[in-house]
Design a binder for this molecule. Structure first.
Ligand SMILES: [Zn+2]
Ligand SMILES: [Zn+2]
Length: 80
């Protein structure tokens, strides 16, 4: 059986709203992918993830286009 992240696979329109300003946040993709592109964010406190994420969780970064607030969301993977 294969774990499948609904967001990575476009199966789910997960919507999240900014806790600061209420704007609909944008999915920036998986935390680890985000990392590779924006290593300064390592100070963020999510460096523990370098060891890998739980097999049934896909962590995504959502950012707010209005105020640049960002959030890490644990997306539960589903079974194929
Ligand atoms: Zn994912
Ligand atoms: Zn915001």
């Amino acid at each position: 059986m294969e774990h499948l992240c609904p967001l990575c696979n476009g199966l789910n329109n997960y919507q999240r709203y900014c806790s600061k300003c209420g704007t609909k946040m944008e999915d920036e993709g998986r935390v680890q992918d985000y990392y590779d592109n924006y290593s300064p964010y390592l100070s963020y406190g999510i460096t523990d993830l370098a060891d890998g994420e739980p097999p049934d969780i896909c962590q995504h970064i959502f950012t707010c286009p209005t105020c640049n607030n960002d959030d890490i969301v644990n997306i539960t993977k589903t079974f194929k």
